[in-house]
Design a protein around this ligand. Structure first.
Ligand code: UDP
Ligand code: MG
Length: 335
């Protein structure tokens, strides 16, 4: 693809160990985009896959070099960093993000694009019926409500990555150097005219979710700490209330001591209260740590991700792959 060529649409797809489903993704994605009858490019960002994904991507690049670009990271930096790298490499006016696992049907891209053409610069999406495990769906709903209350970001369905952004939003996102972030929320911040549409959601086509419970908790902390100070303020408020209440308790105990004499009842109630507060204090310290740790990562100012290579067609260049990018070899096993 000629680097000066500016397509109307850029589709950004993060890839992490998705070899099992990539072929079916290509089989649906390219026809869906071709059908739109406009210019487009697809930017795949390989987030340090340890399986054969890179070979599939390289092969696909060879087949459709006119509309395909592949950004290769040198390691795993997470889905949101991969999307940001895709944004930086993108040239389209309308940016679409999509998961690689076909949970977001590529056929919906046309509807997102139509909304952007109507003049919106952020099109979120709400899954008509979410096809994930029950606990994920439930926990995600609960988190959605917490986020809605403590940040001023209005996203109905935060977990869904099938979204469209206008160029004005992406240019601003590209100026941010945030290390731990949540792309839809960051982009929402910069949107002048956001809207949402309802989309289909499918079960993962192949492979399994790349998010463990631990990484989901981390991601939600990124979202909350990145966009709100309310959790910290909540602890300050709670501390103030607690100091007032314990002052009152001291006063009551003092009065009882003077009028009723020494008492030592209710020992276990005291334990229960003490443990509850110890738990609360530990949680508070942990929460502080989440913010401080992120500040630390940010001030170290290391590169957020390292791009090893970008596979793209340059004018007059043959399509030989750069050294280090393996060709697909039959029978090569998983790592
Ligand atoms: N992904 C990524 N890096 C990671 C984890 C995930 O690029 O460290 C990609 C993954 O390949 C997929 C998308 O992010 O395209 C969403 O991941 P997944 O489908 O596993 O998440 P879920 O649908 O379970 O939330
Ligand atoms: Mg998925």
């Amino acid at each position: 693809m000629n680097p000066d060529f500016k397509p109307e649409i850029t589709v950004v797809i993060p890839i992490y160990n998705e070899q099992a489903g990539l072929q079916s993704l290509f089989d649906r994605l390219y026809p869906a985009l071709d059908k739109l009858g406009t210019t487009y490019e697809i930017v795949f960002v390989n987030d340090g896959s340890r399986d054969n994904s890179v070979s599939f991507l390289a092969e696909q690049f060879r087949l459709r070099p006119d509309v395909t670009r592949v950004v290769l990271f040198n390691g795993n930096y997470g889905q949101h960093m991969a999307i940001l790298a895709g944004f930086e490499a993108s040239r389209g006016d309308i940016m679409i993000t999509l998961d690689a696992d076909l949970q977001n049907p590529p056929e919906e891209i046309g509807n997102l694009v139509a909304k952007i053409r109507e003049g919106y610069d952020y099109v979120g999406s709400i899954r008509r019926k979410r096809q994930d495990s029950a606990w994920r769906t439930y926990a995600s709903k609960a988190m959605n409500q917490v986020r809605e209350k403590i940040t001023n970001i209005k996203i109905t369905d935060q977990g869904n990555m099938l979204r469209a952004y206008g160029r004005n939003v992406i240019d601003l996102v590209n100026q941010c150097g945030e290390v731990n972030t949540f792309v839809p929320a960051l982009a929402y911040r910069f949107a002048r005219k956001p809207t949402e549409i309802i989309v289909e959601h499918e079960e993962r086509a192949a492979g399994e979710s790349k998010y463990s419970l631990y990484s989901l908790i981390r991601l939600n902390f990124d979202l909350v700490t990145g966009f709100s100070l309310v959790p910290l303020q909540f602890f300050s408020m709670f501390g103030i209330l607690l100091s007032l209440a314990s002052g009152l308790l001291v006063f009551v105990l003092l009065v009882r001591r003077l009028f009723l004499g020494a008492e030592a009842e209710g020992l276990f109630t005291l334990f229960a209260i003490a443990f509850f507060f110890m738990g609360t204090i530990l949680f508070g310290i942990g929460l502080l740590g989440e913010y401080v740790g992120r500040i630390f990562q940010q001030v170290r100012a290391r590169p957020r991700y390292v791009v090893q290579t970008i596979l793209e067609q340059k004018p007059g260049q043959s399509l030989d792959l750069p050294a280090g990018v393996e060709k697909r070899t039959v029978g090569r096993g998983h790592d």
